[in-house]
Structure formats: structure tokens, C-alpha cells
Design a protein around this ligand. Structure first.
Ligand code: FES
Length: 576
């Protein structure tokens, strides 16, 4: 048990509710909270104020179940002696937001930082789930550095089609094929697609949501066993209660994100991503989160870990099973147990339980009679399911998901498109040849702006059965559910003069996911010559936050953040 360090009279919130040096403001502030029914005893007797950073809303269906779970979180907070206050977070819905939810990761981050900093919050429960909600909330908590604990909304239940499991979204290409062949109509198309998403919760494949929620657990930021509990299960309500109770103790223990999210914890998290064949988006969010913590951990550090980690979880989209199956065999703790026993995890990292990873895993027994998670001695493949690439086409790196892929090398002529819409049009009209490398550029953080996912084009290619006969490279991103030879995050991006912007149709591109290389058959002299006449493409976005984002966003290699991060901080943000 961690020794308590903070006395009630030392809580941050006393400066708002019980501040003898500023009695007038204290009274003004307190009366507003009393107005809606809180009592003086709750606000002035040294109970910690616990924020519940709420990402569920009607606009965010993947996380909507958090509106219900927050009630159990409140119960847990009150039972442990805290006062809950629910905080709305800027909505982020991966599939709903146009032009891209990447912009909203940083927006939600910024707004939550201001909220946590500027209001009387002593600790916070981070209600995470749909892709960007997890990095956004973890980033905000680490910037402000007050005690924080994450709570996943949970994955949805299994979908089925023709007696087989269908991961969320993975049936779209088949439905598209059937509609094109006239086998199903519009309603049939929707019926088939929705058969893979049968309940509330986030995507159940090891796409970005499951990856980031597993990652939050591996980092030590949510209770062990929490990430994979399906959203509708009773254990989801129970762990919500326990999470609410735990954060109150964390406040008195002064257990902060900076104690938990260390360099070693980031290495553990990247290891879990690689072992589970997680989303390439982790290669973007991990560096961004590390930057908030003041830790240098970029795409290349992530790629190094990917290279030395065995791939041991047979999860869709590359494998056979989905999140509910993972929960049935014990969830993330079993994956971590396998990695820890194999010597791939640092067991000394402290977690939200107040104990280390090794202590959390003490009573965990690896189940032998299952085929979802393998021991590291008999992996699905000896290296991670995601691979980092580098070469003269991507001096700052690139990333490719290889889990479930049989082909790891590709050489072919470039076919260049300056936005996804143009590429999608060509693919829809089957205006491409086998063996080509489709290049979609000016879709990076600055160029997009916002680094969109090239989901429509990859789904169409896969639907046409061309997933293995053409390669696709982009300075944008891919969905965690993308399949095929798809290389994203190519940096530097075209918008800042990266080599991807200098390519012409017919240039020969070689990709080797085994060696970790990506190159174009052009000399340095030729690239320099082309650079002389290169001009950045004009952007159409001159208003709203997109313009501002494009001016400030950094490279994908460092996580595409819009601010210097923890290393440049001259004081702890929450110091008051
Ligand atoms: Fe929200 Fe997949 S789109 S979790």
C-alpha cells in the first residue's frame, strides 16, 4: 500500500473553495457550486474534487456508453470520499468527423488542459475509447500532471457473418463487392456492414481504438484487466466503480502521470502494440504522448521496439479473433504476462494501482488451452506486427502494418496523386495497374491539413482483390483496420518539401518490410534538381482551426503535435 502524502488541507481545490488569502473569490466561487445542490460540507471539508472527463455524447457513438458508466464512476468516487464533477470534452468520433479526427486530438487535448488547469480539479478520470480520445486525454493529463486514471468504454461484442467472426468495419469491402455485383441493394449493404458492429462500444478488432486502450493499460494508466472488458458486460460497470474509488486514493497518494508514464513505461506500451499487431496510429500517438511527458520517444524508438518484439496475439484485422475473445482468455494482463515471462517488459514500472507491473502480474496465470495469445517462445512471428521503414523516400521514417501479411517486399513504378479523392476516383474506375505503387501525398499533418486516414481507397482496393498486387504509400495515415501493403506517415511530408512530393509517375519505388527500408531509385542529384522547381501546394483552408493547425503542427515522426511539449516547460503546469 502506497503511503499517503497529501493532506486534505493541501488539495489544489482548496484554493477555490477554502482559501483564507482570497475570501471574496472563495465565496463567489463556492456559492455558484452550492447553487445546484452541493453542500458546504462537500466543498469545504477537504474532500478531493474529481473530474470525470466525459468523451461520450450523441455525436460520439463509440464512447456514448460512457454517459452510463459515469454514474458508476461517480458512485465509486463518492464511496471513497471524493466529490465528482463531470466535464464535457470536445467530441471526437473517428468515423464521423470531417475532414479528420486528428485535428480533434489536439483540440480536445488543448481544451482539457485548460479545463484541468483552470478549475478546482484534484484528480481526473479519463473516459477513453474511440481512437483519438485516448491519446488526447492521456496527453492532457500528463501536461497538467495531476493524478489521473483512464477508463475504457470497452469494445463492442463479436459480429458474425456466414458463421464467421467479422471484425468491426472489416466486412465493408465484401459488402461493397456484393453491391457492385448486384447481389445486395442499399439496405442489404447496410445490414451486412452493421452485422459486424452488434453492440455499443468501440471497434473490436486490434484497430486504433483497441490498440490505444490496451496501450493505456500497458502504460500503467488504467486498472489491470480493464481495457478488453466488452462495453455491455457487467464487469464494465464494476470496473468503472473501482476506477472512481481508486482515483480518490491516488489523489492522497499524489500518484501522478509523471510517476507512471516514464521512458520504460513507453517502451512497455510499444512492446504491447507490437505483440498484438496493433494499429500504425500508435506510431503517431506514442511520440505525441511522450512529448507531453517531456520524454524523447519518436517513431524510430517505436520502430526499434517493434523490430525486437514477437507478434503473439492472433487478433483481427490480420488474425482470427477480436476483443471479446481476448477478454475471455484474460485480456491485456495475459498478453503482458506472456511478454513479461519472455523478458520483453520492464516489471519495475509503477501503475495506477500503486504497484509495479511485476506486482500486478504476480497472481496472473497464463492459460495454455487457448489460441488467442501465444507464449513468446512460440510466436506467430518473431518480430512485431508493425514495422518502421526508412530510406531516401522517407528520411524521417514511415510505418507499415504487416500482421497477417504474406508479402513483405514490393518494387514497382510510382503513380502519384495529390489528394485522396483523386486516388479514390482512379481506384473506383480501376484506373491502375497491378504492380504499381500508388502514392497519395499532400495528406500529411500540414498538407491535409490533419493527416487523414486513406480508408476509402484502401477499402476499395481490398474490395477489388488488389490488396496484395499494388502497394500504397502516403504521408497521411491509415485506419487500424486497413489491410494490404499500405505504408503511412512517410516523412518529411510533401507539404514541407519531403521527397514524396518530388516523385513523378514511373519512378521506381522499393519497399522491404523485412529490412525496414523504403527508397526511390533516384540519385541525390536528381532529387536536388527536382527540389529547385518544387512549390508547395496551396491549401484551401484559410479559416477555423484547420488554418491554425496547419501553421503550428509538427512532423509525424514526433507525433504531429502543435506545441513544444513537456521538455520545454519551465514549471509543472498544475503548480498554483
Ligand atoms: Fe470509434 Fe472505431 S470508429 S472506435
Amino acid at each position: 500500500m502506497t503511503k499517503k502524502k497529501i493532506a486534505p488541507e493541501q488539495l489544489r481545490s482548496r484554493l477555490w473553495f477554502n482559501n483564507p488569502d482570497d475570501a471574496e473569490m472563495t465565496a463567489l466561487y463556492t456559492e455558484r457550486y452550492l447553487n445546484y445542490g452541493l453542500t458546504r460540507e462537500e466543498l469545504r471539508s477537504g474532500k478531493p474534487i474529481i473530474g470525470i472527463a466525459q468523451t461520450g455524447s450523441d455525436l460520439s457513438p463509440c464512447n456514448r456508453h460512457h454517459l452510463e458508466l459515469a454514474k458508476r464512476v461517480r458512485d465509486g468516487i463518492i464511496s471513497a470520499g471524493g466529490v465528482p464533477m463531470e466535464i464535457p470534452v470536445h467530441p471526437i468520433q473517428e468515423t464521423g468527423k470531417r475532414p479528420t479526427a486528428m485535428l480533434d486530438r489536439n483540440l480536445a487535448y488543448l481544451s482539457l488542459v485548460e479545463t484541468l488547469y483552470g478549475y478546482p480539479i484534484d484528480g481526473v478520470v479519463l473516459m477513453i475509447g474511440c481512437d483519438k480520445t485516448t491519446p488526447a486525454l492521456l496527453m492532457a493529463a500528463s501536461t497538467v500532471d495531476i493524478p489521473a486514471i483512464a477508463l475504457s468504454v470497452g469494445p463492442m461484442l463479436n459480429g458474425w457473418h456466414d458463421g464467421k467472426r467479422t471484425g468491426s468495419g472489416t466486412i465493408v469491402w465484401k459488402a461493397r463487392q456484393m453491391m457492385a455485383a448486384g447481389e445486395i441493394d442499399d439496405d442489404g449493404f447496410l445490414d451486412l456492414v452493421t452485422s459486424s458492429t452488434p453492440s455499443t462500444g468501440y471497434c473490436n478488432t486490434m484497430g486504433t481504438a483497441s490498440t490505444m486502450n490496451s496501450l493505456a493499460e500497458a502504460l500503467g494508466m488504467q486498472l489491470p484487466g480493464s481495457a478488453a472488458i466488452p462495453a455491455p458486460y457487467r464487469e464494465r460497470g464494476q470496473i468503472s466503480y473501482e476506477t472512481g474509488a481508486r482515483i480518490v486514493d491516488m489523489v492522497f497518494e499524489d500518484l501522478k502521470p509523471s510517476d507512471i508514464m516514464t521512458r520504460e513505461a513507453f517502451e512497455n506500451a510499444a512492446t504491447v502494440v507490437a505483440a498484438s499487431g496493433g494499429s500504425t496510429n500508435a506510431g503517431l500517438h506514442l511520440p505525441a504522448l511522450a512529448a507531453e511527458c517531456g520524454i524523447e520517444f519518436d517513431l524510430h524508438d517505436v520502430a526499434e521496439i517493434f523490430k525486437r518484439t514477437p507478434y503473439i496475439a492472433d487478433l483481427k484485422p490480420g488474425g482470427k479473433y477480436v476483443a471479446k475473445d481476448m477478454h475471455a482468455v484474460g485480456g491485456v494482463p495475459i498478453l503482458m504476462k506472456a511478454l513479461f515471462d519472455g523478458g520483453f517488459l520492464n516489471g519495475d514500472c509503477i501503475t495506477v494501482t500503486g504497484k509495479t507491473i511485476a506486482e500486478n502480474l504476480e497472481d496472473v496465470v497464463f492459460p495454455e488451452d487457448q489460441k488467442v495469445i501465444y507464449p513468446t517462445s512460440t510466436p506467430l512471428s518473431p518480430t512485431g506486427g508493425v514495422v518502421g521503414l526508412r530510406g531516401n523516400l522517407a528520411p524521417e521514417g514511415a510505418i507499415v502494418k504487416v500482421a497477417g501479411m504474406s508479402r513483405l517486399e514490393f518494387t514497382g513504378p510510382a503513380r502519384c496523386f495529390d489528394c485522396e479523392e483523386d486516388a479514390f476516383k482512379a481506384v473506383e474506375q480501376r484506373d491502375y495497374k497491378e504492380g504499381e505503387v500508388l502514392v497519395i501525398r499532400y495528406e500529411g499533418p500540414k498538407g491535409g491539413p490533419g493527416m487523414r486516414e486513406m480508408l476509402a481507397t484502401t477499402a476499395a482496393l481490398y474490395g477489388q482483390g488488389a490488396g496484395n498486387s499494388v502497394a500504397l504509400i502516403t504521408d497521411g495515415r491509415f485506419s487500424g483496420a486497413t489491410r494490404g501493403f499500405c505504408i503511412g506517415h512517410v516523412g518529411p511530408e510533401a507539404a514541407v518539401g519531403g521527397p514524396i512530393g518530388l516523385l513523378k509517375d514511373g519512378d521506381m519505388i522499393s519497399i522491404d518490410a523485412e529490412a525496414g527500408t523504403i527508397s526511390v531509385d533516384l540519385s541525390e542529384e536528381e532529387l536536388a534538381e527536382r527540389r529547385k522547381s518544387w512549390r508547395p501546394r496551396e491549401t484551401d483552408y484559410q479559416s477555423g482551426t484547420l488554418w491554425k493547425y496547419a501553421q503550428t503542427v509538427g512532423s509525424a515522426e514526433k507525433g504531429a503535435t502543435t506545441h513544444p511539449g513537456g521538455k520545454a516547460e519551465t514549471h509543472v503546469f498544475a503548480d498554483i
